[in-house]
Design a protein around this ligand. Structure first.
Ligand code: KIV
Length: 271
């Protein structure tokens, strides 16, 4: 008897059907081959190659410095590990704002050179032309509204967005616009739970939240934050599933001690 080992891939259509049947979507970030393999084999629906790589992988204070070439390097490493999950890649700051031609070239590079399945872009009406042009080339686009870290110097802080009705109204308009022009999903970051609920109820496409409450269609976290690899970042929305910083540090200290005491390697660990 042959066992059917065929893996059903998560596509944007699968993501849409999950919204339609009320199944929550689980998304986490990934930046390298080894972690992406764990994410994929654990059954994550979407791996986001986020520009948060700028913070957690490269140690920058913001997401602004990461380049398109660096995003492609991270994305290609992730794609090589993935058998099932949908891989969405952030277009980095400066690679799509201002010129829809440049935006299309950036998206095409990510799809061709990394083998990504979709791109994510921050902003609403102000990036409409770029989103439209990328979509017209057949590249699926995920929107990103609310706290958009590429605009941190405009906002001034990482505090909760759209608490005032005017900003909430603009966010809803942008969400409806992104849906109308053809985005397959939208991330909403750090907005009141009540607004997250309203956006998810008003949109036919999936709305995935980070710090946007429990009534959206799915959740995303930065993997290094939820595993406790990052130590000092502790916003209210973050649930830590491990304290990996301490766990890894303990293991390394044990290794150092074993080497110094000549306990490692032992007889069985040599040829
Ligand atoms: O870059 C990133 O990790 C993100 C998530 C926070 C949504 O955009």
């Amino acid at each position: 008897m042959s066992v059917n080992k065929e893996i059903k891939r998560i596509t944007t259509h699968v993501i849409q059907s999950m919204k339609e049947r009320g199944e929550k979507i689980a998304m986490l970030t990934g930046y390298d081959y080894s972690m992406a393999r764990i994410l994929d084999e654990a059954g994550i629906d979407i791996v986001l190659v986020g520009d948060s790589a700028s913070n957690v992988m490269a140690g920058h204070e913001t997401t602004l410095p990461i380049t398109l070439d660096q995003m492609i390097y991270h994305a290609a490493s992730v794609v090589r590990a993935i058998k099932r999950s949908l891989v969405v890649v952030d277009l980095p700051f400066g690679s799509y704002q201002g010129s829809s031609r440049v935006a299309l070239e950036s998206a095409v590079r990510i799809m061709k050179e990394a083998g990504a399945h979709a791109v994510k872009m921050e902003g609403g009406a102000e990036i409409e032309a770029s989103v439209r042009r990328i979509l017209s080339a057949g590249v699926p686009v995920m929107g990103h509204l609310g706290l958009t870290p590429q605009s941190i110097y405009k906002f001034g802080t990482y505090s909760v967005r759209a608490k005032e009705e005017a900003e909430a109204g603009k966010l809803m308009e942008d969400a409806l616009l992104l849906q109308e022009i053809g985005c397959f999903a939208i991330v909403v970051e750090k907005i009141p739970a009540e607004l997250g609920k309203r956006v998810a109820e008003n949109l036919l496409i999936p709305v995935i939240g980070i710090g946007a409450g429990g009534h959206v269609d799915g959740q995303v976290l930065v993997t290094h934050d939820m595993l406790g690899i990052t130590k000092d970042f502790q916003p209210r929305f973050l649930r830590r599933y491990l304290d990996m910083f301490d766990m890894v540090q303990n293991a390394i200290q044990q290794y150092i001690s074993d080497v110094k005491s000549s306990d490692f390697p032992n007889e069985k660990e040599q040829y």
